[in-house]
Design a protein around this ligand. Structure first.
Ligand code: SF4
Length: 354
């Protein structure tokens, strides 16, 4: 197997400058040139860096990689064009991402805006009972370079730049804050990827210490919380994380986050037949959302091979949504984009492992 090299896109400007100085390149303009090749020109090979001396290109390619992962399989939804990409890392582990085109507007027009859903870990330790990613446990966390490498690879496949980013793929992002936070800094830095923090959303299952670290980082990204149950009893049935950090800890942590970030939190709520879709669940969910001044995304469950949960019938989903709206809670009911391409996290990888 070829040596596993660190991804150069995970390096800050300071790290690049010190790597260059080890190669006797101490001028600041070399660092600027390298930054431009990585971030602005999206080089995929060091040989493309035509204004760097050939010897330096060779040294860099012996120490770093520009492509820490490659797409090995893709499938496209016939419904809305969402594209699921399965990527192989240098050590043969697999992660997934989903390219999501903008929805067609009421006038039948469609913007070219592109959202990418990325993974933060290989597998997941949190074992939510409705999710394919947790079925085989956690293999490992992704490095900063491999988190960012997904963006470059997806853009390469899409043939266009990504406009928004959501951390809703495999893994619990806040269990990997040591790599996530440096990645968020590079993703939002104008001299690096330069995405607006308003267009970056981190989703968590309720990792309370990670929430605090993200708040302390003061990076003004958006936050989505996988709630999926309005009580500890319901939540603990499907989300083991709730036994570690119950709603009694999670809700104050979210209030603390909100005090720092000022953004509205989104509560994600997968509707599962007979588990969390009754009118009393809607009422309790509304109370939590009102306390947090949060908006709610309702997602009818997308069946996963090997798991027994069922999606409620459409009338139940619509009535649950109406109930929340009648209590003045901003709510959307969305059928998961790309359900026909196994776009719930971890499903495509699971099929390749089985
Ligand atoms: S829903 Fe998220 S936190 Fe839960 S098992 Fe899946 S990837 Fe992990």
């Amino acid at each position: 197997m070829p040596p596993i090299l660190p991804a150069i896109c995970g390096c800050t400007r300071d790290a690049l400058a010190s790597a260059l100085s080890e190669l006797d390149e101490t001028c600041a303009y070399r660092t600027t040139q390298l930054m431009e090749w990585i971030w602005k020109k999206r080089a995929t090979d060091f040989e493309q860096m035509s204004n760097l001396p050939p010897a330096l290109r060779r040294e860099l390619s012996a120490r770093y990689t520009l492509r820490p992962l490659t797409v090995v399989n893709q499938s496209q939804s016939g419904v809305n064009g969402a594209r699921k990409l399965l990527c192989r890392l240098q050590d043969d582990e697999l992660v997934e991402m989903v390219l999501i085109p903008a929805a067609v507007g009421d006038a039948g027009t469609q913007s070219r805006r592109l959202t990418l859903c990325v993974s933060s870990q290989v597998g997941c330790a949190f074992g939510c009972k409705f999710c394919a990613s947790g079925l085989h446990g956690l293999k490992r966390s992704l490095t900063t370079g491999k988190i960012i490498g997904q963006i470059f690879e997806a853009e390469h496949v899409a043939g266009q730049r990504v406009d928004s980013l959501v951390f809703m793929g495999m893994g619990e992002p806040l269990a990997n804050t040591q790599n996530l936070i440096p990645a968020l800094r590079l993703i939002t830095a104008p001299q690096a990827l330069g995405l607006s923090p308003r267009h970056v959303t981190v989703s968590t299952s309720g990792h309370v210490p990670g929430l605090k670290k993200l708040a302390d980082s003061a990076i003004p990204v958006r936050l989505a919380v996988s709630l999926h149950g309005p009580t500890n009893e319901v939540r603990s049935r499907i989300m083991p994380v709730n036994r570690r950090w119950s709603l009694g800890e999670l809700i104050p942590a979210l209030e603390a986050w909100q005090a720092v970030s000022k953004h509205k939190i989104t509560l994600e709520y997968i509707l599962i037949a007979g588990l969390n879709d009754a009118p009393q669940h809607a009422q309790m969910l509304a109370s939590l959302a009102q306390r947090l001044r949060a908006k709610i995304n309702l997602i009818p469950y997308n069946p996963v091979q090997g798991l027994n949960w069922q999606r409620p019938v459409e009338a139940v989903c619509r009535s649950f949504c109406r109930d929340l709206l009648s209590r003045r809670v901003p709510t959307t009911l969305r059928y998961e984009k790309g359900a026909d391409i196994e776009a719930a996290c971890g499903q495509l990888r699971l099929r390749h492992l089985s």
